[in-house]
Design a protein around this ligand. Structure first.
Ligand code: MG
Ligand code: MG
Length: 280
């Protein structure tokens, strides 16, 4: 999709605005997760997210997206991708069942500034395979976040995500066709943030850069296909997929995870990374 080629660097005031959007996103994902149980439809979960958007006075980043890129406008405020669906699943009449592996991707803008985050969880009790896939994806996201620092490169993040997955030797696929991205006054901005790469390569990470870091892993092959709805991306081999995402900012103090309730403080501390919140 079309993205401006220059990187939008944010001031402290602008990052604080993005934190407000990020908190709406994080809170909404928590609400959706708590409501997901056997018998609930994915459109019912989307309706809950719509209520949160309205209550926050925010604007969906997803609803209507794609019209400008020749795609059918996205008809919902969440992407809900179940089991072999990787990303961009359209909420609908699908009834969630015990053991389903559910990815919810959600984004809003608040006063013109965007936040974007995704979580994966099981409905009820997951299989050991689903549980391991989900946790490995979450850990890969945090490894990528922990590798981001002012003066570093996009490739540092990509390599950290890739190494986090490969080092576990579980044989998972790392989806390459879809990447993380810059974020700010638009949901998708330059630069792309790949989930495979080499350290020291790619764009420089400067103060005020804001990125969405979002690995997508599969239990089998990483090959993808898109369904006839033109949105839903699935694994070609039918294997399970998981997706985790946070929006981060690089501040002079460190990393601030704008879509995490605690700003990322606990997970960053566990990895020895400086936590970089900004004060109002
Ligand atoms: Mg997203
Ligand atoms: Mg994203």
């Amino acid at each position: 999709m079309a993205r401006p080629s220059s990187i939008e660097l944010k001031s402290a005031e602008q990052i604080i605005k993005m934190r407000a959007a990020g908190l709406v996103v994080g809170r909404t994902l928590k609400t959706v997760r708590e409501a997901a149980r056997p018998g609930v439809t994915t459109s019912e979960l989307d309706a809950l997210a719509r209520e949160e958007i309205a209550a926050a006075g925010a604007v969906s980043s997803f609803l209507g997206y794609g019209g400008g890129f020749g795609l059918p406008p996205f008809p919902a405020v969440t992407c809900i991708s179940v089991n072999s669906e990787i990303v961009h699943g359209i909420p609908g009449e699908r009834v969630l069942a015990e053991g389903d592996l559910v990815s919810v991707d959600f984004g809003v803008s608040l006063h013109g500034w965007h936040g974007d985050s995704a979580i994966t969880f099981a409905v009820g009790t997951p299989s050991p395979e689903a549980s391991a896939l989900c946790e490995t994806t979450r850990q890969a996201m945090w490894a990528g976040i922990a590798a981001a620092r002012i003066g570093g490169r996009i490739g540092d993040i990509a390599a950290a995500v890739e190494n986090s997955v490969r080092s576990r030797k579980l044989g998972y696929g790392i989806v390459a066709e879809y990447t993380g991205h810059g974020i700010g006054t638009a949901m998708h901005q330059s630069p792309d943030v790949p989930n495979l790469g080499r350290p020291g390569r790619g764009e420089l990470l400067a103060k005020g850069i804001c990125l969405a870091i979002e690995p997508m892993l599969t239990l089998g092959s990483a090959a993808t296909a898109t369904l006839d709805d033109e949105w839903t991306v699935v694994t070609r081999d039918g294997s399970l997929a998981a997706h985790w995402e946070h929006t981060i900012a690089l501040t002079p103090a460190g990393v601030w995870v704008l879509t995490a309730e605690d700003g990322g403080e606990a997970e960053l501390a566990a990895r020895g990374v400086k936590f970089g919140p900004l004060a109002d």
